[in-house]
Design a binder for this molecule. Structure first.
Ligand SMILES: [Zn+2]
Length: 706
């Protein structure tokens, strides 16, 4: 399951706002006027040092610098600034402790209560509770914390924090953070909440660009019954409408199971994907079944088949003048608009002054150079050609480029989906039945009876309207919510599988909020961690039903599946990174220039890491991911997520039991990822667990008899 699609709503919102909040290169618009504060500094500093002692010099100088960095004319003149510093500098231990404790308590309260309000306002749209009225949508869209940053700068709470607690760079957090006390980490997290002051119009521009590119991606469907081969044969069934890139890729994966037409279908989809990346796709065939299209010759004809309902199609697609006119680089125009909006925030984010820095230094807290190295370690691993050879053997043919999505390591279980549905439906006819069983499930996962009951008491189970999500609390004592689908006749296997995943989130949320020392450190370092922890639970779902325990072979297959998936997505991540760098280096580029650059980057990356095993050069498939267009440099999270999941799972295996290890890990909270991982497993984040596991798994399958 994807990381982003499964994020709890509140977390996703935080991740998105955080991500977009941090932007890129210097924008042309000048920062707002600042009053002249320099003259006031010297005498004020002298006065306060006389009062509090020379020992406060470093703190005071840093605090004043941090405040002036964000102070604007609207905040007051030099006199007001002086008065502010004089009144609010906490120059002795007891005052500083009181300020820290007050801020921790107040922010927990603010975050906790606004989250509760938010969840309540979304209740009707999130849960399976009948009609959604227009006012329900309005309630759901409301975010009570939307203006908190502006409010806290306006009433100067943000400045009080900036005057007294240190803003830190990633480099500091990494080089010094291992030796920080928990309080120092909590102070760093407290200050970082106010590390940027982005004007409302800039945030609005970013939100508009994001919504616009998201809408473009959400409508990018291909009607597969109308994709024909040279003889006009239709390879795909009527009404099949695939969203790029997710459904197209998943169809390639599914077609490994089709021994008659699978290969022809996979080749056709690859061709469709390449047409999208190169923008040679005729505009008329995007989400439009009125035309038949041969993606190899690019020929377009009015369709002879009608497998659609006029009402669901955009009217504009009815009669384009030139049916085979290509899409006019819209894909790259959207990406460019994301970039132009993002960089408007750059001048207001001094500790991370580009979107690239905001993503790596703030959201991920892993330096970009290290992330690149981790990806290259996987991409250049000698295990890649071995895995490739094994796939060729299993397929009985040479690899083709779309085999980056090879899905044949995934095993079909012993039980059919229908059998599993039956078993689960009987066991969990209602959400309440699942809720009642949580203490048992947790004990099967190795938690003591006491801990299992404690966590179970903190979880409320609701039938979800959509597929499911987990929504933790942000204030101690409030509950965590598990939402999953429960059909009228009971939970089916898919709903159960998701429930186990979401329960993993809930257990993490419970420990990492209620059982740690500082609420300013609640949570995990980044979303990849919470997903990895949830996957640990999810991976045991069949055992929890008492059905199967994976044997050595199925474990080896699962490892190879992860390895090949990481190899594929690591290259995609590198393309995303290189394209953002190119945009920052060419801020005045046109969509056509961005397209040319992206194609070059995709080809170069392919030629370096994939062509040697695939035996074909200049493939552009690595540029197909939709996230590249609407998710602002999100893609590197996937390969990092795979590596983190592996590290965590291996550690649990080593420990021999999930429960106590899960609790120990999640109580570390939101410190830097490497520090978290070192505490959890003894090693920093990286492919150090994935690669050895793959090396062990390969011979297991290479030497298998069947
Ligand atoms: Zn999840």
């Amino acid at each position: 399951m994807s990381l982003m699609r499964n994020l709890p709503a509140a977390l996703a919102a935080v991740a998105l706002v955080g991500g977009l909040g941090l932007a890129a290169a210097p924008a042309r618009k000048a920062a707002p006027a600042k009053p002249r504060l320099q003259e006031s500094q010297m005498s004020l500093e002298k006065e306060l040092l006389a009062k509090y002692g020379e020992g406060q010099r470093t703190r005071l100088e840093r605090g004043m610098k941090q405040v002036t960095q964000f102070w604007r004319a609207e905040d007051g003149d030099a006199k007001a600034y002086e008065e502010f510093v004089r009144t609010n500098f906490a120059g002795d231990g007891p005052t500083l402790d009181a300020l820290f404790e007050r801020m921790e308590f107040a922010l927990e309260s603010f975050d906790g209560h606004t989250l509760e309000i938010n969840r309540d306002f979304r209740m009707q749209t999130d849960l399976d509770r009948g009609t959604i009225y227009p006012f329900d949508e309005t309630l759901a869209a409301y975010d009570p914390s939307a203006h908190v940053n502006d409010d806290f700068f306006a009433n100067k709470i943000a400045f009080v924090v900036l005057l007294n607690f240190p803003l830190t760079t990633l480099e500091q957090r990494l080089s010094e953070g291992d030796n920080w006390s928990r309080r120092q980490w909590a102070e760093a997290r407290l200050a970082s909440r106010f590390s940027k002051r982005i004007p409302a119009d800039v945030n609005l521009a970013i939100a508009r660009a994001a919504a616009d590119s998201e809408q473009y991606i959400a409508g990018y469907n291909v009607w597969m019954h109308h994709v024909v081969d040279e003889k006009g044969n239709r390879l795909f069934p009527a009404k099949m409408r695939l969203l790029s890139h997710w459904n197209l890729r998943d169809q390639i994966k599914a077609d490994y199971g089709d021994s008659t037409n699978g290969l022809a279908k996979q080749r056709a989809i690859q061709q469709v994907m390449e047409r999208i990346v190169t923008q040679t796709i005729p505009k008329a065939v995007v989400d439009n079944p009125r035309f038949d299209w041969n993606p190899f010759t690019n020929e377009v004809r009015p369709s002879t088949e009608k497998d659609f309902d006029e009402a669901i199609l955009p009217a504009a697609s009815a009669a384009p003048k030139l049916a085979n006119a290509p899409e006019p680089d819209t894909r790259y125009a959207k990406l460019l608009a994301d970039f132009q909006a993002s960089r408007k925030a750059d001048p207001y984010s001094p500790t991370a002054p580009t979107l690239i820095a905001r993503r790596f230094d703030e959201n991920r807290e892993l330096p970009e150079a290290r992330v690149r190295k981790m990806f290259e370690d996987v991409l250049t691993s000698p295990l890649v050609p071995r895995a490739a050879k094994l796939i060729e053997k299993r397929l009985g043919r040479p690899l083709e480029p779309f085999d980056v999505w090879y899905a044949g390591f995934k095993q079909r279980g012993k039980y059919s989906e229908a059998e599993l549905d039956d078993i689960v439906r009987k066991k969990y006819p209602t959400a309440e039945a699942y809720k009642k069983d949580i203490p048992n499930i947790l004990q099967k996962l190795g938690f003591s009876k006491e801990r299992a009951e404690y966590v179970a008491d903190n979880i409320i189970v609701h039938p979800a309207r959509g597929s499911g999500h987990a929504s933790g609390a942000a204030k101690r004592g409030y509950k965590a919510y598990l939402r999953t689908r429960v059909e009228k006749d009971g939970m089916n296997y898919k709903g159960y599988n998701i429930a186990v995943h979401e329960m993993g989130h809930n257990v993490e949320q419970t420990f990492s909020l209620n059982d740690i020392d500082h609420t300013l450190l609640s949570g995990v370092p980044n979303t990849a961690f919470t997903e990895a922890l949830a996957f640990v639970f999810q991976g045991h779902d069949l055992e929890l039903l008492g059905l199967v325990k994976p044997d050595a072979k199925s474990r080896a297959l699962a490892t190879l599946n992860d390895f090949w998936g990481t190899y594929e997505i690591a290259g995609v991540g590198l393309v995303d990174m290189a394209v953002w760098h190119w945009m920052y280096d060419h801020p005045n580029a046109t969509p056509a220039q961005l397209k040319a650059a992206t194609l070059q980057i995709a080809r170069d990356t392919w030629n370096k890491y994939y062509a040697p095993v695939f035996g074909k050069k200049d493939v552009v498939l690595l540029g197909i991911y939709s996230h590249m267009i609407d998710s602002f440099l999100y893609l590197p999270d996937y390969p990092i997520g795979h590596m983190i999941a592996f590290q965590i799972e291996r550690q649990m295996e080593k420990a021999g039991s999930i429960g106590p290890e899960f609790e120990r890990m999640t109580k570390t909270g939101n410190v830097a990822p490497d520090l978290w991982m070192k505490k959890a497993t003894g090693a920093p984040v990286g492919p150090e667990a994935l690669l050895p596991a793959t090396a062990e798994a390969l011979p297991e399958i290479e030497n298998a008899k069947d």
